[in-house]
Design a protein around this ligand. Structure first.
Ligand code: KG4
Ligand code: ZN
Length: 364
């Protein structure tokens, strides 16, 4: 799409040696159904953040409707930017760079953030930084724990991903385990739907599980009986559906199934994390993504940390799910990594592998 390195609009490439000092970064997240905006200060940390969730709008359709998501981002983004500036008592001119999610995600939704971010940066004559959404999730614990240092192992569990990632540096990621079918969050949401809970039902299923009693036959732990670090959750979801259909479908039965399902997912994640720690020898673990908000997962991983003596970082609950703060932080760190195209060209990547982000910092 836009101008490439060495031509026209490319002014801020690290290789053209224009000296710029980046202190305050505006972060914009619009990859799916949350409009997130934040201001991040390199020394002082998070200055302000705002989030508008479209969850209620999409709930009536049972999932995210991409066209509605894009339109809503258009409506919400500029007001949210105004609000974070007011919250932080800053003017637009005080922003040093604009970071936005360039992928992966819904193309229309991504374009809203990318066009707004790049246009703002262009108008301010400041750099625009395209950020990989998953890098934002991976680094989100640093919002509360800036001391986090690589190397570390990450369990990334969101609505779209279930991955074990070995981070040898803050910008070098290797996927060592992935899901073969449904992501953990997706399985939570689909099972929640079976149990009559509104989309996205992950957190609601977890709440229902607290009143559940153990079932005589526990749910299976998929793929733990064979070597490797990959996951598969779609069978577990079907197991939950069958168990529900064979039950009396009472409130207690729903709660019992929620509990058994949650236990099985969390236990499977814990087993694979333990295996990945042994395989990599890492002593630091990061849990990131929406399912990272799950209390039972936090407890089980906490127990594992105690047992093995590793250090575990969870993002603050509000930064587990999509948000602008993690994008602002990842954008700021992208400058430190000393690589990547940083300019005003607008190009989003709905599909963008995490490992490709090792090679270049931008979507270009
Ligand atoms: O990271 P995220 O906001 O979106 C993606 O980038 O995918 O994660 C959303 C996912 C949803 O599937 C949601 O149901 C799940 O995280 N989730 C939870 C909990 N809170 C959010 N799943 C289980 N327990 C929770 N407490
Ligand atoms: Zn996400």
């Amino acid at each position: 799409m836009g101008a490439k390195k060495g031509r026209g609009l490319y002014l801020y490439g690290l290789d053209n040696s224009k000296a710029i000092e980046i202190v305050i970064v505006l972060g914009i997240e619009t990859s799916c159904d949350e409009t997130g905006v934040a201001l991040y200060h390199r020394e002082r940390g998070l200055l302000a953040h705002r989030l508008f969730s479209q969850v209620e709008m999409h709930a009536q359709y049972g999932g995210v409707v991409p066209e509605l998501a894009s339109r809503d981002h258009v409506e919400k983004l500029l007001p949210l930017i105004r609000e974070v500036l007011e919250d932080a008592k800053l003017s637009l001119a005080q922003i040093d760079a604009v970071a936005y999610t360039a992928g992966p995600g819904l193309i229309g939704a991504l374009l809203v953030g990318a066009c707004t971010g790049a246009a703002l940066a262009f108008a301010l004559d400041k750099p625009a930084v395209p950020v990989h959404h998953l890098v934002g999730h991976l680094l989100s614990p640093m919002l509360a724990n800036p001391e986090l240092k690589a190397p570390f192992l990450t369990l990334l569990v969101s609505g779209g991903h279930t991955m074990l990632i070995d981070a040898s540096a803050l910008d070098q990621f290797e996927i060592i385990g992935d899901t073969l079918d449904d992501a953990a969050g997706e399985a939570f949401d689909k099972t929640a739907k079976v149990l009559g809970l509104a989309y996205p039902g992950g957190a609601k299923l977890a709440a229902l599980a607290t009143s559940g009693k153990p079932l005589p036959r526990p749910f299976p732990r998929p793929m733990v009986d064979r070597p490797g670090l990959d996951f598969s959750f779609s069978g577990l979801k079907t197991f939950a559906l069958n168990t529900f259909q064979q039950s009396d479908q009472s409130d207690q039965a729903r709660a019992d199934i929620a509990r058994a399902f949650e236990e099985a997912v969390v236990d499977t994640l814990r087993i694979k994390v333990e295996r990945a720690l042994a395989q990599t020898g890492r002593r630091t673990l990061v849990i990131a993504g929406g399912v990272g908000a799950n209390q039972r997962l936090r407890e089980r991983i906490g127990e594992l940390a105690k047992k093995t003596g590793i250090h575990v970082y969870f993002p603050p609950l509000e930064f587990c799910t999509d948000n602008g703060a993690m994008i602002a932080l990842a954008g700021a760190l992208q400058f430190d990594s000393g690589r990547g195209d940083i300019g005003w060209q607008i190009e989003v990547r709905p599909r963008w592998s995490l490992e490709e982000s090792n090679l270049r910092g931008s979507a270009a």
